[in-house]
Write a protein that binds this ligand. Structure first.
Ligand code: HEM
Length: 238
């Protein structure tokens, strides 16, 4: 194993993960009031609505694709009768649809931030850093899926990138699996770790605070003006 391999495919993932976990704990303890997506919906909603929906649903689809392609071993899908050729069609097709949604959403959101003045003035340097890191990682991922896998010769990342990733999870890293991976895949993965390292210090923390309770909650909550007899209620006549 060369020094570069050890740094990129062993040290970087573990260091980034420690910063990711430690950074979230630090941020939660020090800055709970700042734990927000810093929404600008009140300033502009016409572009935000389609941009945000495309970006977030596209991202959810891409996360699902990553979980299936990277965490599930090829031997398991083969056991259920899914051949490599069949898997390739599904992953390239679904990955391309997810890519189009994420990219379209991202373009709308960046265009909105850059052109709507009152949104732009709320933008900090940290936001610009987060947007840049996200954009580069996403563009590279989309390149891998659409250019290499769907319209190019195809690449079986499950026998290299995915096995390497799972080797990290069980603390038996196999960096040599990454040696011959195409350059654009290697740079996507490397920059993804750097993104994880800055994640806790940006507005991206809102990803862990999705308000799922809103799905089952009515828009308006009605409360009684007068308490049922016998109970004390502040402000009620007695
Ligand atoms: C270390 C973590 C990551 C690994 C190992 C990884 C690996 C991969 C691989 C192998 C592909 C190509 C799939 C194909 O050829 O069809 C891909 C695609 C993609 N990646 Fe990642 N990725 C990681 C993190 C991320 C992050 C953090 C983001 C977003 C911020 C991201 C966004 C994307 C997108 C948008 C695509 C294209 C759509 C798709 O195939 O789902 N990836 N990634």
């Amino acid at each position: 194993m060369t020094v570069t391999e050890a740094l990129l495919w062993v040290a970087l993932p573990y260091v980034a993960t420690v910063i990711f976990i430690g950074g979230h704990i630090w941020r939660y303890r020090r800055d709970q009031f700042g734990w927000t997506c810093r929404s600008t919906q009140i300033l502009e909603n016409r572009l935000l609505a389609p941009g945000s929906i495309l970006f977030h649903y596209g991202t959810l689809a891409a996360i699902g694709g990553h979980a299936l392609g990277i965490l599930v071993p090829a031997s398991l899908t083969a056991f259920f009768g899914i051949t490599e050729a069949y898997y390739h069609i599904i992953s390239a097709g679904a990955g391309t649809v997810a890519s189009i949604a994420v990219l379209a959403g991202l373009i709308i959101l960046i265009y909105r931030r850059a052109t709507v003045r009152r949104v732009w003035v709320t933008t900090t340097w940290l936001d610009i850093a987060a947007y840049t890191a996200l954009t580069v990682v996403i563009l590279l991922g989309v390149w891998d899926t659409v250019v290499t896998n769907t319209f190019g010769g195809g690449y079986d990342y499950r026998s290299t990138v995915a096995e390497w990733f799972r080797s990290l999870l069980i603390f038996q890293p196999k960096p040599s699996l990454m040696t011959n991976v195409p350059f654009m895949y290697r740079i996507h993965v490397t920059l993804a770790w750097l993104l994880y390292a800055v994640w806790p210090f940006t507005r991206l923390v809102h990803a862990w605070s999705a308000p799922f309770q809103y799905l089952g909650r009515p828009y308006i909550l009605y409360r009684r003006r007068f308490a049922p007899s016998g109970r004390f209620q502040i402000g009620a006549r007695r």
